[in-house]
Design a protein around this ligand. Structure first.
Ligand SMILES: Nc1nc2c(c(=O)[nH]1)N[C@H]1C(S)=C(S)[C@@H](COP(=O)(O)OP(=O)(O)OC[C@H]3O[C@@H](n4cnc5c(=O)[nH]c(N)nc54)[C@H](O)[C@@H]3O)O[C@H]1N2
Ligand SMILES: Nc1nc2c(c(=O)[nH]1)N[C@H]1C(S)=C(S)[C@@H](COP(=O)(O)OP(=O)(O)OC[C@H]3O[C@@H](n4cnc5c(=O)[nH]c(N)nc54)[C@H](O)[C@@H]3O)O[C@H]1N2
Ligand SMILES: [Mo]
Length: 770
């Protein structure tokens, strides 16, 4: 279906649109296509008979909370409260296929390295604890007691300073709390987490501007907002259940304006799979009233332009445009920010954003027409060198009219992994402030270290330098997710100890250290029975609500242990015995761990066990929402722009282009479910290089030609990916796109956001080589 949304002005050479050979998905997001997507995943994954039952219970009270994204689970769920990707995640976990000792006897690690990511995970669920045998090159079966004992011995020998405990945002709050406690009791805070590659920009920069490391909105705000501004978040693919709230908002008259270099389908139109009428005769709901194809990193310029218009409106109608009372009472730094914005020339704003002044002023008028405004963003703002400026400018926009701390308004980062935010809330993080030391000393009699630990970038650098000798991974697939993949893959085997706690096989398991274990765990959909009976786990969503989750599926193997049991098993063998570290009792009853969480973080988690199954989750509170600003000055802070691009010094010029790495809707991070990117109309090949037709002609390329991309930052390391098929796509000039994780070798580890070290996966300068 064609759409009539305003478009980016034509690039310099010749006009580009969908007509310029751009493949485009014709249907709306959701709709029949999503049901087909689920059916296909159901077929290929060969789900167990429990899978349909689990789907029925997904995201409902006392059901299982989706293992895919972190979007909120409403108190009154839809009949099917899951989306295409949530369903894929469930059936993918609940497959009948198994990867056990026979599989590993047949396939060496070297052979498995030749398998694509999709095939490794599609092989099935891990079933037995395995130890790597370097003499044979194969993973071989071991026992849990042997594994725990050797890991404990090795960790003790290596010591805390050279040990790193990574976590990807899957594991529940109970396991995460114990993992964070284990690290501190052992003597380190080397607790890098997937959010270091993701919303760390949020944690650091929202904390400094508005005093909270997370968003301020709840679902209720989406029922009372008048306008929503979307920056760099691909809802249709990455948090599809959110489309229900957006659809309802649009239907009640809320205006949505989107900025994204890619015309992402989900933010254009949506047909609810829950709505029989929309599925058959339509009409579908148009989501964005305006969709602007901003250049990568150009959001700073867009926001500067919008604010220029707002300041001009205030000059025309003094006292009527800005929320002066709010600004006076709650903020500081307006003058400096206003001066910087007013000094920014429109010419530069247009160049950096790739949009016209008229477009940006139109967007500003939408902002001014609305009483309550929400700002939403994702990786398009965070994964840039100047991510801090992106966030600062969005916060500025909202503060100008008091759009934080009021019903129907606020800032809402959309988080990734289902419990990524919660893991941080209960202490996973490299900073002392992530867990109150006095409390831990009082509860457990341990000496908590005072020194800050390593985040993902520091830990990776430590692995490269040989400073880090032990790596425990609670989920995840670091060697595929990290920047600088070639260098990182080369360094992983130099680790003395590497331990992966995982549900499925992935590439990180094929670069084992000297002593290496692969420990299979229960997934969230699996029934978890311990000595005190069946257990629930819990997680926190993007909107700071906390839910219990109960798995009902028959575990894929009797040899699996829960994540909590594995963390406790390793901790017990590593730390000196203490009557106050009751690893066995905690494993027997996770409720005891929830009591500890409540004691450690009483404000957020009081009466945790009683509130575990509150419909819609229980809210842990948010100071900025109450207009209490836990910043250095006690006020919300405006950020003065020091430049007009999030790309830092690497903005425009020469033959360099800006690479953005994308996710398809057929992957969850490094888990590749399949090779179709339905919503973008792409299919069959992930080794593609997307660029607009005009650029293809200018560079003398032909569609389908295989080219190489090289990183254009010069630090003596050659970073190159070959064999990318030239694919015309509607992108702004100077912008190329390709898939994560295939293009990760191009992003330097040192190329990251200034304050938080989030890798600049959306703004890497590259050159094309034929
Ligand atoms: N199906 C599925 N769901 C997922 C995931 C998945 O891989 N698959 N991953 C999960 C995780 S961990 C996360 S963090 C989230 C990620 O979800 P998102 O935050 O949506 O992340 P991305 O898809 O990486 O990129 C978001 C958008 O940013 C745009 N973009 C790139 N550069 C810029 C820019 O400079 N400015 C603007 N305005 N936009 C830009 C891209 O075109 C893209 O549409 O999703 C979670 N949910
Ligand atoms: N170029 C580029 N790189 C990126 C990004 C990007 O946009 N562009 N995005 C970044 C982002 S936002 C993130 S969050 C990271 C993601 O980085 P990670 O979190 O490290 O990677 P995932 O792909 O989510 O991890 C997948 C693996 O987790 C394991 N797993 C799945 N479920 C469970 C479970 O329940 N328990 C346990 N223990 N293991 C489980 C499986 O073995 C699976 O293979 O990647 C980052 N890398
Ligand atoms: Mo993420």
């Amino acid at each position: 279906m064609a759409d009539d949304l305003p478009r980016t002005p034509a690039p310099r050479h010749s006009p580009v649109g969908h007509d310029a050979g751009t493949p485009e998905y014709g249907g709306p997001t959701g709709g029949w296509g999503s049901l087909e997507g689920i059916a296909k995943a159901l077929g290929e994954a060969q789900p167990s008979p429990d899978a349909l039952r689990t789907l029925w219970r997904q995201n409902k009270t006392k059901g299982v909370m989706c293992t895919s994204c972190a979007w909120a689970k409403p108190a009154q769920p839809h009949l099917f409260e899951f989306c295409e990707n949530g369903a894929k995640a469930t059936v993918w976990e609940m497959t009948r296929k198994r990867v056990g000792p026979e599989f590993f006897a047949k396939h060496s690690a070297e052979e498995l390295k030749t398998w694509p990511d999709h095939d490794l995970e599609a092989a099935g669920r891990l079933t037995h604890p395995m130890r790597f045998n370097h003499a044979t090159g194969h993973w071989e079966e071991t026992t849990w007691p042997e594994a725990y004992a050797e890991i404990g011995r090795e960790l003790t020998e290596i010591g805390p300073e050279a040990s790193v405990f990574y976590s990807s945002g899957h594991a529940g709050l109970e396991t995460s709390y114990l993992y964070a406690l284990f690290a501190r009791a052992f003597g380190h805070m080397n607790l890098p987490q997937s959010s270091n590659m993701c919303h760390e920009t949020t944690s650091v920069n929202l904390a400094s501007t508005i005093g909270v490391p997370v968003g301020t909105c709840t679902l209720d705000d989406f029922e009372h907002c008048d306008a929503i501004f979307f920056f760099g978040q691909n809802t249709g693919s990455n948090s599809p259940r959110f489309l229900h709230q957006l659809q309802a908002a649009v239907e009640r008259g809320c205006r949505i304006v989107t900025f994204n270099p890619v015309r992402e389908r989900g933010l254009i139109e949506f047909a609810s799979p829950q709505n029989a009428k929309q599925m058959t005769v339509g009409p579908t709901t148009k989501i964005s009233e305006a969709f602007y194809q901003v250049r990568p990193g150009g959001d700073v310029a867009v926001l500067a332009g919008m604010m220029k218009r707002i300041f001009a409106a205030e000059a025309e109608r003094p006292g009527e445009v800005l929320d002066h009372a709010f600004i006076a009472e709650h903020t500081e730094g307006l003058e400096e920010m206003q001066a910087a914005v007013e000094a920014a020339p429109w010419e530069e704003i247009e160049r950096e954003s790739g949009l016209t002044r008229a477009m940006i002023e139109d967007a500003a008028e939408v902002y001014l027409s609305a009483r309550n405004v929400i700002g939403i963003y994702g990786m398009g703002l965070t994964q840039h060198v100047n991510g801090w400026l992106n966030l600062g400018m969005l916060v500025n926009l909202l503060l100008l009219r008091g759009n934080i701390g009021r019903r129907g308004a606020g800032i809402s980062p959309v988080r990734g992994h289902s419990n990524v935010q919660g893991q941080r809330t209960v202490g996973i993080g490299e900073k002392p402030k992530h867990m109150p030391a006095e409390k831990l000393e009082e509860l457990f009699g341990i000496d908590v270290p005072t020194e800050e630990g390593m985040n993902v970038v520091a830990a990776s650098q430590g692995i490269l330098d040989g400073k880090v000798k032990a790596l425990i991974s609670l989920g995840g697939n670091l060697v595929r997710a990290l920047p600088d993949r070639e260098r990182m893959e080369g360094a992983f085997p130099t680790l003395r100890l590497s331990v992966s706690i995982a549900t499925k096989l992935n590439r990180s398991h094929l670069v084992p250290g000297e002593v290496s274990y692969l420990l299979p765990c229960l997934g969230r959909t699996d029934e978890d029975i311990q000595a005190s009976g069946p257990q629930a786990v819990s997680m926190e969503d993007s909107l700071s609500h906390i839910y219990g989750s109960i798995g009902h599926g028959t575990p894929p193997s009797e040899h699996l242990r829960s994540e909590l049991a594995i963390v406790a098993g390793i901790a017990k063998e590593t730390l000196p015995e203490s009557p106050r570290l009751r690893w066995d009792e905690w494993t027997a009853d996770y409720g005891l761990v929830r009591d500890l969480i409540a004691e450690t973080f009483p404000e957020a988690f009081h009466d945790f066990n009683d509130r575990l199954f509150t419909p819609g989750g229980f809210y842990r509170g948010n100071a900025a929402r109450e207009r209490k600003w836990n910043t250095e000055t006690g006020k919300a802070t405006f950020t003065a722009p020091t430049m007009l691009s999030a790309l830092g010094e690497n903005t425009t010029g020469d033959e360099r282009m800006t690479l953005i790495t994308l996710r398809s809707n057929d992957q969850f991070n490094t888990t590749i479910y399949g090779y179709s990117d339905r919503l973008r109309g792409l299919k069959g090949d992930r080794m593609v290089l997307l660029l607009n037709q005009d650029e293809i002609e200018r560079l003398g390329l032909t569609e389908g030609q295989r080219v190489a991309l090289v990183c254009a930052l010069d630090d003596g390391v050659i970073r190159r990916v070959e064999g990318l098929a030239v694919t015309p796509y509607d992108l702004p000039p100077g912008c190329v796109a390709g898939y994560y994780p295939e293009l990760n070798p191009l992003v330097p580890l040192s190329y990251h956001e200034k304050n938080s070290q989030t890798p600049a996966y959306k703004g890497t300068p590259v050159r094309l080589e034929v």
